[in-house]
Design a protein. Structure first.
Length: 193
């Protein structure tokens, strides 16, 4: 199972992105990373690392792993948590990056007050480009799941198997990655409730 942690900052991501993508896409991603960085500010991941690292990991998954080159999907990957975790609005994203990016980010944003299972279950109706955003996001979140508490590990593992892995089936690279990940984490399924 490949782990994607080589791009902890824009400085690390820029050269491989420049090799893989058109200059206009790299420029849009540079702007999106700066935009997300401003909105997320000092937010940290549960591990205490800067939040922007998660966004760049998800981007690395998409580009270096899955080979995604769709500009709007990649920008949405960088911005995928801005609506959920900051006061930023979909209109602000659309104004800056286009309506399609705003729509993709909205699809992967859990509505306030919604149950996690209901939200994840609703993704079966999402456009495939939004599904790609969610799949890359979740790879970043689960690739080093062992760093979290065992209760979190178990809950997140079961959610991923129930809701995310079925979405991955239509995307061969993601289906393979999640299959390998599940074999690695199979022991979690036997944990007591």
């Amino acid at each position: 199972m490949e782990i994607f942690t080589s791009w902890p900052s824009w400085r690390h991501a820029e050269v491989p992105l420049t090799r893989a993508l058109p200059a206009t896409t790299v420029d849009a991603l540079r702007e999106a990373v700066a935009f997300a960085g401003r909105w997320h500010g000092a937010q940290q991941r549960p591990t205490g690392r800067p939040y922007v690292e998660h966004l760049l990991e998800a981007l690395e998954v998409a580009v270096a792993g899955a080979g995604i080159d769709d500009r709007d999907v990649l920008v949405a990957i960088v911005l995928h948590d801005v609506l959920e975790d900051t006061p930023c609005t979909e209109q602000e994203i659309a104004r800056r990056f286009g309506d399609r990016v705003g729509e993709l980010v909205r699809w992967v944003t859990k509505p306030r007050g919604a149950a996690k299972g209901d939200y994840l279950g609703s993704l079966v109706k999402a456009p495939q480009q939004a599904v790609l955003v969610k799949l890359a996001d979740r790879v970043s979140n689960v690739q080093e799941l062992q760093r979290m508490s065992w209760r979190f590990q178990r809950r997140y593992y079961l959610q991923t198997v129930a809701y995310i892995m079925p979405l991955a089936g239509a995307h061969p690279w993601f289906a393979q990655w999640y299959g390998e990940w599940r074999r690695h984490w199979r022991r979690v399924e036997r944990w007591p409730a």
